[in-house]
Write a protein that binds this ligand. Structure first.
Ligand SMILES: [Zn+2]
Ligand SMILES: [Zn+2]
Length: 211
């Protein structure tokens, strides 16, 4: 079980779920603190290039007022704990400084993890299914659909359930909370009641089903 969790965390960690990044990192923290161990510390040096002002489109070089001509918008050093869990190495940031520290950075630039983001999502779903049900529900019932499933069972299932829900939702009438008329989704004008223009509807009963 621990080996499976380590492997899933390793794959999921390459591309953490975009919309649930905070919850994912909280889960990663809990797993590492419980099963992993700190083996070293790293310092990561990150340079964010200047992109100029929004209206300028790009950095104006020597004339750029945002970076003063340096081309650098921000430079920072991130102190990281290096953890071992199973056969894998993980990093966990614990502080950020904006002044060059005495010790040379051991990691230059962002860590490129590679791999397919869909495999990471599939792994994140399995991991959450095993150890974090609220995160699983959030990933499975809301966001799996946004990724082309491919040979990934939970992404496939998640996409099917989304399609099913949309189909059922389209044929189930909902009631306007103001004038109490019933409408199908397609009869609403810009999401508003076409009789009284209210925006609140009592949803069809199947919405209570937890998916
Ligand atoms: Zn600039
Ligand atoms: Zn109405």
């Amino acid at each position: 079980m621990k080996r499976l969790v380590a492997w899933l965390l390793h794959i999921a960690n390459r591309h953490p779920p975009y919309l649930h990044r905070t919850e994912f990192y909280e889960l990663k923290d809990r797993i590492l603190k419980r099963h992993g161990s700190i083996v070293a510390y790293d310092t990561q040096h990150i340079v964010n290039e200047c992109w100029g002002y929004y209206d300028a489109g790009s950095c104006q070089g020597a004339a750029c007022r945002k970076c003063g001509g340096s081309g650098v918008f921000q430079e920072k050093w991130v102190a990281l704990e290096r953890w071992h869990f199973g056969r894998y190495t993980f990093h966990r940031p614990w502080t950020v400084v904006y002044v060059k520290p005495a010790l040379a950075a051991s990691i230059e630039g962002r860590i490129q993890h590679g791999g397919d983001a869909r495999d990471s999502m599939e792994a994140a779903m399995w991991l959450a299914l095993l150890v974090d049900r609220p995160l699983f529900r959030a990933l499975f019932f809301r966001h799996g659909r946004s990724l082309t499933p491919g040979p990934r069972p939970l992404l496939v299932l998640s996409a099917w359930i989304y399609e099913l829900r949309s189909a059922v939702r389209a044929v189930c009438p909902r009631r306007c909370e103001q004038c109490l008329d019933m409408f199908l989704q397609k009869e609403l004008t810009g999401g508003l009641c076409s009789v009284c223009f209210a925006s609140r509807f009592t949803p069809p009963e199947f919405e209570d089903i937890p998916f």
